[in-house]
Design a protein around this ligand. Structure first.
Ligand code: GLN
Length: 233
C-alpha cells in the first residue's frame, strides 16, 4: 500500500482525502506536522488561498520540511490550484506579494488568472493520454471536467515540464486584455511533480488521483530497487 498525505492546513483538503479513499491500495493521511509528513510517500497540496496557506505553514515551521520533502527527498507532490502556486518557481499577477513559495516546479504561474472576469466556472478539456487508462469509473472518457475557482494559469514552462492540459481562451476572454495569450497551460507534470489549476477532487473524477497514486507507486518501487542494489554491492 502507498500512504498519500494531504496538506491539511487550509483549503479543500477533505475532498482530496475522499477521492484518494476511492482508490484501491491507497491510504490517505491528513498532514499537519513534520512527523506526519515523514510518514507519507507522496503529498497533495490542495486548493485554498495560497497566501494564507503559506502563512500557516510558516507559523507551524513547515516550510523547510516541505521544501526538504519536495526538493531534497524528491518525493511525489501534486499541487492543485493554490497548491500549484505554492510549487511554482515563479508567481506573477494580482496580489502577489512576499508569500513564501516552496518552488521546485519550473513554471511561471499567474495568480487569479481567470478571476478578474469570472470567479468560478467549469468546462471540459481534452484528457491527456496518461489519464485515459486510469482504472476508475470514468475510464476512457476523452475529456475531463475542469472546475476553475479563482484559478491560476501557467504562462511559461521550463525544459523538462510536460504539458498535460491546455485551456483556450474564449474570444471574450482574449479581448479583455490584448496581452493575454491565446491559450494557457492548466496541468503539467515534471518528474516527481504534478500540478493542476483546476479541482478534480470536487467533480468526482478520480483519474487524476489515480495518476498521482501511480507516480507515488513508481517512486516506492524505485526506492526499493535502490535499497536492493545497495545491499547487493
Ligand atoms: N486564488 C487563490 C490563490 O491565489 C487560489 C484559488 C484556489 O485554490 N481555488 O491562492
Amino acid at each position: 500500500d502507498s500512504r498519500i498525505g494531504v496538506l491539511a492546513l487550509q483549503g479543500a483538503f477533505r475532498e482530496h482525502v475522499t477521492s484518494l479513499q476511492s482508490l484501491p491500495g491507497v491510504e490517505a493521511v491528513e498532514v499537519r506536522t513534520k512527523e506526519q509528513l515523514d510518514g507519507v510517500d507522496g503529498l497533495i497540496i490542495p486548493g485554498g488561498e495560497s497566501t494564507t496557506m503559506a502563512l500557516v505553514a510558516e507559523r507551524w515551521g513547515l516550510i523547510p520540511e516541505l521544501q526538504r520533502f519536495t526538493r531534497e527527498l524528491q518525493r511525489p507532490v501534486w499541487g492543485t490550484c493554490a497548491g500549484l502556486i505554492f510549487l511554482a518557481d515563479r508567481a506573477v499577477g494580482t496580489k502577489t506579494g512576499g508569500q513564501a513559495l516552496l518552488g521546485g516546479l519550473d513554471v511561471t504561474v499567474a495568480r487569479n488568472f481567470f478571476g478578474a472576469q469570472i470567479h468560478s466556472f467549469e468546462t471540459r478539456l481534452t484528457a491527456p493520454e496518461c489519464l485515459l487508462h486510469a482504472p476508475t469509473a470514468v475510464a476512457g472518457q476523452p475529456t475531463f471536467r475542469a472546475l476553475f475557482i479563482r484559478a491560476p494559469a501557467i504562462l511559461e514552462t521550463g525544459p523538462g515540464v510536460e504539458v498535460l492540459a491546455r485551456y483556450h481562451l474564449t474570444p471574450e476572454e482574449a479581448a479583455e486584455d490584448s496581452s493575454r495569450p491565446a491559450s494557457v497551460v492548466v496541468a503539467v507534470r515534471s518528474g516527481h511533480l504534478l500540478a493542476t489549476s483546476f479541482h478534480p477532487e470536487l467533480v468526482g473524477d478520480a483519474r487524476w488521483h489515480a495518476l498521482f497514486a501511480d507516480m507515488v507507486r513508481e517512486t516506492i518501487k524505485g526506492k526499493q530497487r535502490e535499497e536492493r542494489q545497495a545491499r547487493e554491492v
